[in-house]
Design a protein around this ligand. Structure first.
Ligand code: FAD
Length: 462
């Protein structure tokens, strides 16, 4: 009997448990369903769609080398999979477990109607597996990380299937082109094409590069001007590589840098665990007292709408933030330190709801991930499970100096490329702001005071 392989964020041949087991059980019919409805607000944004196109194209080539195909369907994932099962006589669907609330619901629905075999694939340890002595999940990162470290190593790696046998008939498939995942007019993806190679082979090459470069991570990961982080995040998001592969490739390193890097991979597991416990974590304030904070609403307030646009376009007058937002627009990726600074400016200085920023990142990041994006925005906002970060207001200009961002600013804000240090971090303050570069959207002190006043008002109401 043919076996259906339901692909989602696991677009790889190697170390793919669902593919491995499907291939052992019979001929494999791999299926990817583009289902925008189920994800609601979190249907893939523009940058993710660009990546998805290239990722599916690359995986389809790997299947073709084994005389197999990926069947593409558009619509409700559960209904499409059931149709394909009926068309082909398949009785079993193999899939790697996904934890986004819409995928958990779909997995539940499928299980009632067909034999759905689920596997753990995309995290160091299966989400939900790391619990306290009394069996409850951890809410806070630090004890979660400690318990994870005690439970590691992760599962063993699985080889890619050497051969795939074909079913008697292939069901009908859409063409990838007909999905129109790539931008046409305007074509905003040229910077992304220059920056990224998409697909499993590129992920493996980046990992090899990282094995040679990871030793400086502990010292340099906070410096946006240098290429000292792995940039594996989109590959991990789309499952072109698994964190288990990354872990096994680097485990021989006993350095401080590896320990720090391992903890970052654990942040990724942690975010997924947060989503398992609180499925709406990317949508709702965890601390419900923040439901009473009065945000400036770009839908109804013109000044807030102008500020939001300036932030999105990288024209806030804060060079490090503008460099980050322009890097995001051009490449679909932003350095982690700058993500924190840019998110903080939106939420605190501009007093705009973190969910507005979450949605912008969702649309523009190639690594946009329901769990990691939601958990990090809640963390910066101070609305999540962690200690209250709202009142810890980052000063973007001193962050820029502290983390040596001059080179980064020169690269992404060409108007400032001729400025030397320390002027480049705050050209307005030093009286050297070129006319082509905007004045600060709000002064640091004023933004800080407005945010703290809004916070005090909220507290007075709770
Ligand atoms: P490295 O420093 O090389 O880290 C290795 C891997 O660890 C990353 O690829 C990532 O998978 C994981 N990781 C590292 N830091 C974190 C973190 N704080 N939370 C979760 N996982 C982490 N990361 C995403 O993958 N998707 C997102 O949508 C996302 N949104 C973010 C939004 C905000 C406001 C902030 C502050 C951070 C966000 N991050 C997100 C986390 C982090 O910025 C990126 O994972 C990291 O910059 C990716 O670059 P890298 O692969 O070079 O990371």
């Amino acid at each position: 009997k043919p076996q259906i392989l339901w692909l989602r964020r696991d677009l790889r041949m190697a170390d793919n448990p669902a593919l491995y087991h499907a291939a052992q059980a019979g001929p494999v019919i791999a299926v990817y369903v583009l289902d925008d409805e189920r994800a609601g607000l979190h249907k893939y944004g523009g940058a993710s769609r660009w990546w998805l196109h290239h990722s599916l194209e690359s995986l389809a080539n790997s299947f073709a080398q084994r005389h197999a195909k990926i069947i593409l369907r558009c619509g409700d994932a559960v209904e499409e999979l059931i149709k394909i099962a009926e068309e082909t006589g398949a009785e079993t669907i193999h899939a790697n477990r996904h934890y986004e609330p819409w995928w958990r619901k779909a997995q539940g629905e499928l299980k009632e109607r067909l034999d759905l075999q689920l596997y753990d694939a995309n995290y160091l340890l299966p989400p939900g597996a790391v619990t306290t002595g009394s069996g409850t999940p951890y809410k806070i990162y630090t004890p979660f990380a400690k318990a994870t470290l005690e439970m590691l190593p992760p599962r063993d790696l699985l080889p890619e299937p050497e051969t795939l046998s074909s079913p008697e008939n292939w069901p009908a498939s859409d063409t990838l082109k007909s999905w129109n995942l790539l931008p046409t007019n305007p074509d905003w993806a040229s910077g992304m094409r220059d920056f990224w190679e998409v697909g499993e082979k590129a992920a493996q090459e980046r990992l090899e590069w990282w094995e040679d470069h990871a030793d400086d991570y502990d010292d340099a990961r906070n410096l946006p001007s240098v290429d000292k982080t792995s940039q594996l995040s989109p590959y991990l998001h789309f499952g072109e590589i698994s964190p288990v592969q990354v872990w096994h490739a680097l485990k021989h390193k006993r350095s401080k840098s590896w320990k720090t890097y391992e903890k970052e991979l654990i942040w990724r597991d942690y975010a997924q665990n947060a989503i398992c416990q609180f499925p709406g974590y990317a949508l709702d304030n965890y601390r419900t007292d923040f439901d009473n904070i009065v945000w400036r609403d770009p839908e109804t307030d013109e000044a807030a709408a102008r500020d939001l646009k300036a932030w999105q376009q990288g024209r806030t007058g804060y060079p490090i933030v503008d460099a980050g937002m322009r890097q995001l627009w051009q490449t679909g990726w932003m350095h982690n330190r700058v993500r924190m600074i840019a998110a903080s400016l939106l939420i605190k200085h501009l007093l705009i709801d973190w969910r507005v920023g979450e949605q912008w990142f969702w649309d523009t990041l190639v690594d946009a991930d329901y769990a990691s994006n939601g958990a990090n925005w809640q963390w910066v906002a101070g609305t999540g499970v962690d200690s209250n970060m709202f009142v810890r207001i980052m000063a973007p200009l001193s962050q820029s100096e502290k983390f040596d961002a001059a080179g980064y600013i020169r690269e992404y804000v060409p108007e400032l490329a001729d400025l030397s240090e320390p002027y480049i971090h705050d050209p307005e303050e030093h009286g050297v702001r070129p006319s082509s570069y905007p004045a600060k959207i709000i002064a640091h002190k004023e933004g800080r005071e407005r945010a703290l006043a809004a916070y005090r008002d909220m507290k007075a109401q709770s």
